[in-house]
Ligand binder design. Sequence first.
Ligand code: EPU
Length: 447
Amino acid sequence: MEKIIIEGGIPLRGEVSISGSKNAALPIIASSIMFDDSNNELYNVPNLQDIVTIKKLLISLNAEVKDSDDGKLFINTSTINNFDAPYDLVKTMRASVLVLGPLLAKYKRARVSLPGGCAIGARPIDFHLQALRALGASITMEHGYVEATAGKLKGAEIIFPIPSVTGTENIIMAATLAEGTTIIKNAAREPEIDDLILALCNGGANIKRVMPSVIVIKGVKKLNKLSHYIVSDRIEAGTYMVASAITQGDIIVKNVDLNHISSITDKLTEAGVKINVISPSSIRVKGPKIIKSVDISTAPFPYFPTDMQAQMMALMSIANGLCVITENIFENRFMHVAELRRLGADIKVCGNFAIVKGTGALLGTDVMATDLRASASLVLAGLASSKDYTSISRIYHLDRGYEAMEKKLSGLGAIISRVDDSNKTDYNDNEDYLTSQSMQSIASGIK
Ligand code: EPU
């Protein structure tokens, strides 16, 4: 089991370059299913575990996928002759459900494992399924799988009860090759959706965001070639901005889209962090001696992203004062609280509120990552733990969404390394062991 060890208390200095966005790359890779060309090309694809998973998924459908080290990905989906997204891949990454819309659009059939619960919330896909039904798909549930077929998909008006990012993406993709016009109301406004729209339109789709929350898709007969450069990752950018803030650092964050990070920039500025735009795609971020506590409330784009909540909580843990962090998107996205407390943070949780009393400093110890953004918050807290070592286990969560994080942080002067202590038996790290123990207890009637 790999761990990350950090010696904290070092102010970060230097430049860091932001990678392509995970949450833009995933739907765009899935959309390749709909393109006729046998040589679809993507650029600036981040090297992440979630990208490995979606590539595996395409290969399992019998698509041909080739990648090179420099973020280029070539995909030929004309060879697809299997329409099943198996449980093994969907359980590893919920975004696998993004193949449902494209498979239905192109092949009129898909069988996709229903994602189970997730560490951060129940995360159902009912909006996706209701909207696909409205487009004419016939959907049943069999043995934990969504079985979807469609004689023909036809444009319809879809109104999402609340904006859903992957829901909006799945319906945009399904509607792209449908007959007639689809109008999505209360569509999600996240920039990753607009990156998908751009990639599809460059290949021949007719899609417009006519109002911030309204997207109109006029169905086309076919898509030609997918050739697209993935937008930069606003959450990775925000995470490095907090890394500078939390270490009293002074860094330049390059390859950012400034329009995508304004809610993060605004909050950090309110907390006393100095942020200067130094070019159309780079900013200088300087952490103050004392961080001011600021209240944070997560909401869909353009408001403060839930994917930055855990990282900001790490920052607020060392701030001067008291603040309330409200999580409005996912019902269980406070898993990092218990681990931050182990590092000395003073946080009380009450429903979807966390009351954070800044302690000025944190003290390094052993902690465990529970999900992707929780792991990032622990890395940040570790960087802030003055002259102490923090050891973070279960960092496979981090590898799902941050490209070369230790390398990028080392480049900024952090003392951080990855160690493999798989020789040690740590039963807490072994979920299979725990499962089999629980199963035995249940079977023997103890529980
Ligand atoms: N929801 C439903 N039913 C649905 C769909 C969503 O009730 O059919 C609810 C969810 O449970 C949640 C809310 O609607 O309470 C919004 O969820 P959304 O569908 O927007 O989330 P998602 O599409 O599953 C994407 C990102 C997440 C990010 C959220 C919110 C991808 C691949 N994932 O998830 O990213 O947190 O939007 O912005 O784009 C991450 O990168 O760490 C991550 C979790």
